[in-house]
Design a protein around this ligand. Sequence first.
Ligand code: IPM
Ligand code: MG
Length: 360
Amino acid sequence: MATWRIAVLPGDGIGQEVTPQAVRVLDVVGKATGVGFEFEQALVGGAAIDAHGVPLPEATLTLCRQSQAILFGAVGGPQWDSVGQEVRPERGLLAIRKELDLFANLRPAKCFPMLVDASPLKAAVVGGTDIMVIRELTGGLYYGEPRGVERFADGSARAVNTMVYTTREIERVARVGFEVARKRRKRLASVDKSNVLIVSQVWRDVVTALAKEYPDVALEHVLVDNCAMALVQRPTQFDTIVTENTFGDILSDEAAILAGSMGMLPSASLGGSVGLYEPVHGTAPDIAGQGVANPIAAILSAGMLLRYSLNLVQDADRVDAAVMRVLESGLRTRDIAGGGRAAGTREMGDAIVKALEARY
Ligand code: IPM
Ligand code: MG
C-alpha cells in the first residue's frame, strides 16, 4: 500500500483550529483504505515569524518539496500588521506558491441546496449556482517587477506594482481552464479588462488562440467589472471562470458569498509537482481561538487533496458526501446557523468524521 507524506501547515488564527479537523478526515480515509498517511507539521506565516523571524523558514519549504501534498490553514493577523511588507505572514504563502510553481488555483463556489438561505442573496438568485473559479496564482501584480516605493523629503511617496504576463503564463493557466471546463458543463468565461489594460489584450488573444484546441468548450470573454456584477445578479450563467491573479483574488471572495459563507470554500493550488490545499477563508482574527470556526472549507480542501494530488477520486467523493450528509442533518456552525443553534469546530468535525466512517 502506498504511503503519502502530507505537509501540514496550519499557520495562524482559525487555521490552527480547522486544519486538525481536515487531518482527522484524511486519517479516516487512511484507516478505511489502508493508504498510509504520514503527517508532518511545520510553521508558516505569523507563527513562523514569532519562532524564527521569517514567514517561510527553509525547513518548512524543504518539507513541502519532499511531500506529496500540502494541507494549509491560513496566515496573517493584526499582531503582524506593523512588520515590514517583506516579512508579513502573507509573504510565506506567496513564497510557497512561487517556489512550488503553483500557478493554477481552483476555487469551487457551489450553492449547497440546504444552505440557500444562508447567503445574503435571494434564494432565487443563488439557487443552483455551481462555479469553478480558476485563478492564475504566480504572476501579475503580486509578483511583477518593478515594484517598490520611492519616498521623498516632503513626506510624499510614489509606489509601483507591475501587472505583467507572458504568453506562456497565460496559456498554461488558460489550458487548465479549458481542461476543467471540459469535465464540467463545457463553458469557459475568461475574465479580463481588455478595454483598458494592454496585459488583458494579450491575455484575450492568447486565450482566443488556445480555444481552437477546444472546439467542444464554449468560450466567452467577460470584462472584470461586468463579471463582478453578473456574479451577484445571475451567477447561474457561469460554469468555469479563468482569470489573472488579482481579479481572481477579488472575484473568488465575491463568489464565496454565493455558497452562503466563506467557511464553506475549499481550494486547490496546482501546477508544480506538489499540490497545496487550503480553505479560502483566511485567519478570521475576530473569531480565532474560540473554537467556533467552520471546518468544512478545510475538510473539503482535504477532499480536493485526495482528488487532485492522490487521485483517490472515490474517497474524495465520500468526503464530499459526508459533508452533505451532515449539512442535511441540520448541524450548523455559527457562520451558517442563521441565528439558530451553532455547533463548534470540533463538534462539526466529529459529525463529519462519523458520517465518513459510515460510508466505508
Ligand atoms: C487568498 C488570500 C491571499 C491572496 C493573501 C492571504 C496573501 O487573500 O488566498 O485569496 O491575496 O492571494
Ligand atoms: Mg483572497
